[in-house]
Design a protein. Structure first.
Length: 331
């Protein structure tokens, strides 16, 4: 596939985490040139690009309050809009919806209906927008059928702040809620998380440590504050992830149900590179979706490089057979 230049726009952290240098070598062997895009420089001289793979989540979040980030993002958006034949993985509007847990949790809550046959759901949750929402929050928790413990997550879904969470065990501890955030019913799942990593029409399931079970219902226990990156990384191990009592092993999620979930989310999100966090309810064995991530780490997926290059080739082949057209989404 000669003459194909794939631009990458990643933070330094993400570039190191995905080992972009190694991916560039892998692609070069297969006749694809990988180019790192410098957003601080004019983009046109750096192009042209057949595909741009990016994770601009940090920049989009920073652009909310930083003029320099706003300018960098505007430059990128201007380049993309004036180069409709450059395929974006993934489209910025699709990515932006997953930066906001209010938006991503609305998508998750619809899965209950669209995937009813597969008994897939997501936990009841509550959007807490402002401090004034806290005045009636106890009544709202009850009215929205949430059950203690509750897990409290920031509205912002990506970036270092987004992983600071808390477990709230009773109404009296709702004073620990810091809006804007979501409150989600905690679902006992035996301290096992199933990460579903999606790359185009492929997906890979990876088991990870997870929060242990807690007694259902309100209890007089102090709020637990934790960072999710200390709970569900491959090496995570703490009092929070060690079960207090033995329990029978749960069956893994059905591969057909996971495939149905991925198919539905690919359509709902209009994205190719995302992760879905799934747990199995220990009481109902229901497949429960608790989180969706933009361009995750794909740790534990040895096929990541070949799958990503395969997807890049497939979207280019599709574009080639369709001929030049307007703004392209990298679906
Ligand atoms: N509703 C829930 N019920 C039970 N456990 C939960 C629930 N929500 C989150 N958790 C636990 O908290 C961990 C972090 O939650 P979540 O994935 O929403 O955070 P995150 O910061 O978006 O994580 P990441 O971005 O690393 O995927 C999960 O891996 C799981 O162990
Ligand atoms: O934009 P951020 O840093 O929040 O993206 C995170 C993402 O939310 C997930 O935490 C990823 O972890 P996995 O879901 O386990 O892949 C992180 O990937 P990692 O390679 O940095 O652990 C992203 O950074
Ligand atoms: Mg998660």
């Amino acid at each position: 596939m000669s003459g194909r230049r794939v631009g990458f726009c990643l933070s330094d952290k993400k570039r190191r985490r995905m080992n972009l240098d190694a991916f560039a070598h892998f692609c070069a062997v297969h006749g694809v040139e990988v180019v790192e895009i410098d957003l601080t420089q004019p983009l046109i001289p750096q192009g042209p690009f057949s595909v741009i793979v990016h994770k601009l989540s940090d920049l989009i979040v920073e652009a909310e309050h930083d003029s320099q980030s706003q300018q960098l993002l505007a430059n990128f958006q201007s380049y993309v809009s004036t180069h409709p034949d450059t395929i974006l993985l993934d489209p910025l509007p699709a990515m932006s919806q997953l930066l906001d847990r209010f938006a991503s949790y609305r998508i998750m809550s619809k899965l209950h209906n669209s995937l009813r046959d597969w008994r897939i759901c997501s936990p009841p949750y509550l959007e807490v927008q402002t401090d004034s929402d806290l005045i009636s929050i106890n009544q709202t928790v009850t009215a929205q059928d949430l059950s203690f413990p509750l897990i409290c997550k920031t509205r912002v879904a990506h970036g270092s702040v987004s992983h600071e969470m808390s477990l709230i065990f009773s109404a009296s501890s709702l004073v620990d809620v810091r809006p804007p955030c979501v409150l989600q019913s905690f679902v006992n799942h035996g301290a096992v998380l199933h990460k579903v990593f999606v790359i185009g029409d492929k997906h890979f399931c990876v088991e990870r440590p997870s929060l242990k079970n807690f007694p259902s219902g309100p209890c007089d226990r102090k709020t637990i504050f934790f960072n999710s990156h200390h709970v569900s990384k491959p090496e995570s191990s703490s009092d929070l992830t060690a079960l207090d009592e033995q329990m029978p092993c749960l069956p893994p999620p059905s591969s057909q149900a996971v495939a149905a979930l991925v198919r539905e989310l690919r359509v709902q999100l209009g994205m190719a590179l995302f992760g879905v966090d799934v747990i199995i309810n220990i009481h109902t064995h229901t497949l429960t979706v608790i989180d969706i991530n933009i361009f995750p780490g794909y740790e534990g997926v040895p096929q990541f490089f070949s799958s990503l290059l395969g997807h890049i080739k497939s979207v280019l082949d599709t574009q080639m057979s369709a001929g030049p057209r307007g703004p392209c989404a990298g679906l």
